[in-house]
Structures are given as C-alpha cells and as structure tokens.
Design a protein around this ligand. Structure first.
Ligand SMILES: Cc1ncc(COP(=O)(O)O)c(C=O)c1O
Length: 278
C-alpha cells in the first residue's frame, strides 16, 4: 500500500528561516556594522574597533603583493576554476612560507580557504558531530561560538588568566575535557588579549592535549605580530605527537584582510587524522 503524506499547500508567502540561521549570531559584526556614533567634541576618540590593519590607511601592503595580483589578473591565466584545495602552485608557496624547523609543510598539507574564518569553519566542521564539544578560550574570539551554532556543537570555555599575561588556566582546561571533546581551539597570539605564549607554556598546554588525546585547532592568524621581546612559536613545531590543524592566512601580517586569503596547515606526523579529514 502506498502511503501518501499530505502536506497542506501554501496559500500565501511564508518563507521559513531555519532554526540554525536564527541561532547564528556574530556579535562583532552586529556591533561594528550598525555602529553610529556622535563623537563627543570634548574628548578624543579612541577607536576600539575590529582587527582591520587597513582602517587608518597608514599601513599598506608591500608592492610585491599588489604587483603580483596585477600581473596575475592581467595574464588571464588564473581566471578559471582551481582544485577545491587551491592550485598546486599556491599551495606550494604557502608550504614553503610556513615550513619551520620541527614542522615541515608540503603542498599536500595545505588547504586554501576564504580567509582564516573559513579555515576555522572547515576545521570545526570536519572534526565534530552533533553532541561533540569543543573547547575555546575565554576571553576569546567570538567567531568560534558563531560557527559552533551551525554544527550543533557544544562550546565549553577554558579560562585565560589575566594576572599571568592571559596564559591558559591548564587545570581548568584539563577539567573540561571529556570523551566527547572533538578539539581544543587555541589562539596565539591572542585576540582579544594581545598575549603571546612562551615556548614553555605552549609545551605545558600540549601536555594536557596529549593526556586526553585531543587534536588542536590552532588559530595562528596573528603569527609573528608580537611585542618586542616576545617570540611567536608555531604550536606544531613543538609537538610531534599531537595532530594540529593550524589556521592562518595573509589577513593581518600582510595587511590585506579584504582579499580573504586563508589556509589550513595539516600537521599530522602519525596520520592520526587518517585520510578522512581532508
Ligand atoms: C583571532 C582571529 N581569528 C580569525 C580571524 C579571522 O580572520 P580572517 O579575516 O582571515 O577570516 C580573526 C579576525 O579578526 C581573528 O581576530
């Protein structure tokens, strides 16, 4: 017997907005894009806006970058479709740029994305199922929570310690991990704290991830942007055991956020991700 499901036909417009769309909020964009301020003439304005290094026009990208884009578009050779992960040449260039002692990168380990936001989106999506949880820093970049709503993943915060230069509270982190923890999101240098982790602190953090066998999604978009006296250590260069997806791009360091050029570097010396992740 054929079962026919009767649905009432619509008689007027009533477009449904998904529950996911309704629960997806980007608090930074909500504030910044609707901000209308009457400056107080008595006081100088201190702009505390988003991390866009081009806003004041005093920091310009170097000529090599702009010339390369002009040459590329004028060559008419790069206007077609590329492989989903990016052209071999571009992946090779990122691999060459990103390889460091202890964390070599080959073109096959590079996935090109639309900005670091897209890199984070892909990493969170590929490592989670509904019911998984992901650990994120507090204070932290709000996009992690925005993205989690789309994939039905529980966000758990681990605390950063203001009196210790915003280092990670490793005991707190340790206590929040369980068998459903799909990944720890780690952000260094940090937005919004401006902190840069020492080599030792990164090693101590890695020990917690290792104890629980949890992979790391490293948001390293601010790589090398450190105050004098600090040094940026790519986290993957300090572990050979823990699989790391490092998210980065040209946004901040190369002063071109609008170009939306990001990447994922897959560091997985023991193939713990298998061949299913990317
Ligand atoms: C910590 C952090 N991660 C990721 C991003 C997103 O970078 P993109 O503009 O390349 O998507 C930002 C942008 O401000 C950021 O501050």
């Amino acid at each position: 017997m054929e079962l026919k499901r009767e649905t009432k036909r619509r008689t007027e417009w009533s477009v449904i907005v998904s529950e996911k769309a309704k629960s997806t909020v980007n608090p930074i964009r909500m504030v910044v894009e609707t901000l209308k301020l009457e400056p107080n003439p008595e006081k100088p304005l201190i702009p505390l806006s988003i991390g866009d290094p081009t806003i004041f026009g005093n920091l310009k990208p170097c000529e090599e970058i702009t010339n390369a884009i002009i040459a590329s578009t004028q060559s008419y050779k790069n206007n077609g479709y590329f492989a989903a992960a990016g052209s071999e040449e571009a992946r090779q260039a990122v691999a060459l740029y990103s390889s460091v002692d202890g964390a070599p990168v080959e073109a096959k380990d590079v996935i090109l994305t639309s900005g670091c936001s897209h890199a984070l989106d892909l990493c969170m999506t590929v490592l989670t199922n509904p019911g998984s949880n992901i650990l994120v820093p507090r204070p932290g970049f709000s996009l992690y929570e925005t993205l989690s709503a789309l994939i039905d993943v529980q966000i758990r915060h681990y605390e950063l310690l203001p009196h210790k230069n915003w280092e990670i509270d490793l005991n707190d982190l340790d206590s929040k991990i369980d068998g459903n923890t799909a990944a720890i999101i780690y952000n260094n240098p940090s937005n919004p704290c401006g902190s840069v982790f020492s080599r030792q602190h990164i090693i101590d953090f890695l020990a917690v991830a290792q104890k629980h066998f949890v992979p790391i999604i490293a948001d390293e978009i601010y790589e090398d942007l450190v105050f004098p006296g600090n040094h940026f250590y790519p986290i993957a260069s300090l572990t050979s055991e823990i699989p790391v997806l490092s998210c980065g791009g040209t946004t901040k360091k190369f002063l071109i956020p609008g170009w939306r050029m990001g990447w994922i570097l897959i560091h997985d010396k023991h193939s713990r991700f298998g061949n299913q992740v990317f």
